[in-house]
Design a protein around this ligand. Structure first.
Ligand SMILES: Cc1ncc(COP(=O)(O)O)c(C=O)c1O
Length: 410
């Protein structure tokens, strides 16, 4: 790591190709007993080189935007392994996915169904769709990443889905190929996932006669990983739980794993700028910040932070690891026992393969950190560090254009 920090600077995301590859293969093995398509949730890590590695193992993609669709396409995804989720697909996004002839849109609202039907008709194509069911099941995870309850914006209640299935039967531009469901993320208890799968199988049995083209049941992603002391289920138990519920339907199982594949493939490498104390606390100020890793500030989530070099003898302190961003919430880890570090010391923040770089931003005009892929004895820069010029490169032109009407709402 010292090597990498010297050559590439800090902060930097560092991923292991071997770990990613092992995770993809383990997932495939776990589901080998039943026809299953795993579509990697691109939002977890959307780097092109990272995606190429994932797709090379035969996985497809679960997307939520045109940007993700283009990334997956450029990285060589098989369009017939692409599912498109999300509550607010714009027209240009729907059209791009229709043109790509993806496996399925996961439809989340009545308005989306109407939009897809209209755009498919205009283009003279038939859109493959799945209805995303909101089963109103509590995934027992952080409320901010809970998606299967009625108080969230996701999916369709069963009663509405049942009515829509009747209507879809009359619409020649739509083909209902699947039923989908995703109840949340960082789930560490199999019971809600099992319950959701049983509900989906029962719903499928109920509507089957009105949905002759059904061939997929998509159980989404959500399996959690260990960040601290969680005890997430293993892949085999997870697979067994889903497969036993879905097997009676005879339909192909689709899953959309993100975190379980990517989370533990990477770290954020960061360097100590200095240590300060107040009458209340000790702060280790590092050069990585909330813009590089948002999860602790946004979800109060825990990431292990460990020194790259073993600590010498010295005082241990309880400290908060904080970044330079001007927000009190800019914290990478709170109340950590650590040998008093010195400026220049390196630390890694673990569990940064998923929802770290892909959620990064430039607040405080901080250039985004590079992404590095360790592959055996080599390291590849798979995204270069942003330069200062990158920060304002879109702000060069400020050409005045006439307005057609007054901007009254301004
Ligand atoms: C629809 C959908 N599928 C899959 C995922 C991936 O979830 P995870 O990374 O927890 O596996 C998400 C993330 O929240 C999602 O919203």
């Amino acid at each position: 790591m010292q090597d990498i920090a010297d050559a590439q600077g800090t902060p930097a995301y560092v991923y292991s190709r071997a770990t990613l590859s092992r995770h993809c293969e383990k997932l495939k093995q776990a589901f080998a007993a039943y026809p299953t398509l795993a579509c990697f949730a691109v939002k977890a890590n959307s780097n092109l080189h990272y995606l190429r590695e994932v797709f090379s193992h035969g996985l497809g993609a679960d997307l939520v935007s045109l940007g993700e669709l283009e990334r997956a396409r450029i990285a060589g995804v098989d369009p017939r392994k692409v599912v498109f989720s999300g509550v607010g697909k714009r027209e240009d996004e729907i059209v791009a996915a229709l043109d790509m002839d993806i496996l399925s849109f996961n439809v989340e609202s009545e308005f989306e169904l109407a939009n897809i039907a209209r755009l498919a008709a205009e283009r003279g194509v038939v859109a493959n769709i799945s209805l995303r069911i909101n089963p109103n099941i509590d995934a027992k995870t952080n409320p901010k990443i809970t998606t299967g309850l009625y108080n969230t914006k996701f999916g369709l209640p069963e009663a509405l889905a049942r009515r829509l299935i009747g209507e879809i039967g009359e619409m020649s531009q739509l083909r209902l190929v699947g039923l989908a469901c995703h109840i949340g993320s960082q789930i560490t208890d199999l019971a809600p996932l099992g319950q959701a799968a049983l509900r989906m199988a029962a719903f499928c049995a109920e509507v089957r006669s009105d949905a002759p083209d059904l061939k997929l049941i998509n159980m989404g992603g959500g399996l959690g990983i260990r960040y601290r002391d969680e005890n997430p289920p293993g892949l085999d138990d997870y697979a067994q739980t889903l497969i036993s519920a879905i097997r009676p339907t005879g339909l192909k199982l689709v899953i959309e794993p993100g975190r379980v594949l990517a989370g533990n493939t990477g770290v954020l490498l960061t360097r100590v700028i200095g240590v300060k104390t107040t009458p209340d606390k000790t702060f280790v100020v590092v050069d990585g910040a909330m813009n590089d890793l948002l999860r602790p500030s946004m979800y109060d989530s825990f990431h292990d932070i460990v020194a790259v070099d073993e600590a010498g003898p010295g005082a241990e302190v309880i400290a908060d690891f904080v970044g330079p961003v001007c927000e009190t919430g800019d914290t990478l880890g709170k109340n950590r026992a650590v040998a008093l570090p010195s400026p220049g010391d390196l630390f890694v923040v673990r569990g940064c393969g998923a929802y770290a770089a892909s959620m990064s931003f430039q607040y405080n005009s901080r250039p985004r950190a590079p992404e590095l892929l360790v592959d055996g004895s080599e390291v590849r820069v798979i995204r270069r560090r942003e330069t200062l010029q990158d920060l304002w490169s879109l702000e060069q032109e400020a050409e005045a254009r006439p307005l057609r009407s007054a901007c009254n709402s301004l």
